[in-house]
Design a protein around this ligand. Structure first.
Ligand code: NZQ
Ligand code: ZN
Length: 387
């Protein structure tokens, strides 16, 4: 196990009707609020009215930035930054899924930075200060509600880039499983795949002697596999939604990578596909991950054997390590297909036209990943296998 530091500053407020705590949670941060949300799901569900009532109850001045896109865009983030400057905003409240929260983080950092907020994503600048933000999460997927990451798309240049900073951890996140009842089946599926993928990125590691971290990952996977299917069958199953929500938060809140070298190549590749084709992040991962697994498993077959046996219950009797590992990979692909995720890029209308460009972008700063370091040609091979 490697040395590590662990610090997570987000207060999680979890449970039914916890939005009733919003006023109390926002109050210490000031009166001038920017409310950031997406394309209207929070208005349809009635959450918007609840939020406004809570904010009115503590006598705040609320400005709004609606219309955050899935795969949030730099141009929209810049609108938010402008509002913060013009209106002297003191606190940002993000109400929605990962896209809304990521946009709010970029606005929070960009509002107090003189240059272009995109600088943070290309390593031209680091975040030195940010406005405080809080979130009400409505979709179990990214973990953005309890981490310092933000993923933004520059639609003009067709680039999707991330930055991370301690300064944009949400001050609080309200997680009410009931707020996820209205998530449609396809977005529930995308979320399930994303959560599982976050575990994969941190579980398939060359670091040894990390049994606790491995079992943390396996417990999240087993929880998601079981409760994901229940949430798809019945969107209003409280316990299934609650378990999915908690799993999503823990898959990417800093618990899994402690003392471990993580991979993240598949996320890097998927972001390049989303940057050009604007597909849902989870859909891209469902396609690429099984192909990444097949491409790299021989680097350290025992971790894939453990995964197959412990997570998918593969019977190891009389089989070679390769056979067991491949059965686990096929079980992963079969689960994704069973819950309705796409299996090929072709299903999303994507052909081989931009493969070279995507592989070039993904590896522009050198090989990606750590389980197996992937050069441009490796990424091309994985994308071709995903067609
Ligand atoms: O925009 P609205 O109307 O709110 O609708 C959204 C959106 O259309 C809808 N939705 C959300 N909650 C709902 C709901 N519909 C009905 N009822 C509800 N309760 O779902 C759609 C997708 O929302 P989005 O926020 O885009 O989904 P997700 O949470 O999966 O976020 C995806 C974004 O996060 C990035 C992805 O790359 C992508 O841009 N990621 C962020 C990470 C992070 N910050 O740590 C890590 C991830 O790996 C990921 O890269
Ligand atoms: Zn992800």
């Amino acid at each position: 196990m490697n040395a590590f530091e662990l610090y997570n500053s987000t207060k999680v407020v979890f449970g039914e009707d916890r939005v009733s705590r919003l006023g109390e949670l926002v109050q210490p941060f000031g009166k001038r609020i920017l409310l950031v949300y997406g394309g209207g799901s929070i208005k349809n569900s009635g959450l918007y009215d609840q939020v406004k009532a809570q904010l009115a109850g503590i006598d705040t001045v609320v400005h709004e930035l609606p219309g955050i896109e899935p795969n949030p865009r730099l141009s929209t983030v810049n609108k938010g930054i402008q509002i913060c400057r013009d209106e002297d905003i003191q606190f940002i409240l993000a109400v929605g899924g990962g896209s809304v929260i990521d946009a709010a983080k970029a606005i929070a950092a960009g509002a107090l930075y003189d240059g272009d907020v995109w600088d943070f994503t290309i390593g031209k600048a680091v975040v030195k200060q940010a406005l405080p933000l809080g979130t009400i999460l409505t979709l179990a997927a990214t973990g953005s509600e309890m981490n310092g990451n933000s993923v933004i798309s520059n639609w003009e240049t067709k680039q999707k880039r991330a930055f991370g900073s301690r300064l944009v951890y949400p001050k609080f996140s309200i997680l009410d499983p009931k707020l996820t009842y209205t998530v449609p089946v396809n977005q529930t599926v995308n979320g399930i795949v994303d959560i599982m993928s976050h575990v994969f990125e941190q579980y398939f590691s060359l670091t040894t002697d990390t049994p606790l971290q491995e079992r943390f990952g396996e417990s999240i996977l087993l929880t998601v596999i079981e409760n994901g299917e229940k949430a798809i069958a019945n969107g209003s199953d409280y316990n299934a939604r609650a378990n999915l929500l908690l799993a999503g938060t823990y898959a990417l809140n800093g618990t899994l990578p402690i003392g471990v070298v993580t991979d993240w190549a598949t996320h890097g590749i998927e972001h390049e596909v989303s940057a050009i084709y604007d597909i849902a992040h989870g859909a891209g991962l469902a396609i690429i991950f099984p192909n990444w697994m097949k491409y790299v498993y021989k680097e350290r077959v025992d971790r894939f054997v453990q995964f197959a046996v412990r997570v998918w219950g593969v019977d190891a009797n009389g089989k070679t390590d390769d056979e067991i590992a491949l059965e686990g990979i096929e079980a992963t692909r079969a689960y994704f297909t069973r819950i309705g995720a796409p299996a090929t890029l072709g299903e999303l209308g994507i052909n081989d036209e931009n493969i070279q460009r995507m592989a070039e972008e993904a590896t522009q700063f050198g090989p990606i990943g750590s389980y197996k370091k992937l050069a441009k040609e490796d990424v091309v091979n994985i994308l071709k296998a995903s067609l």
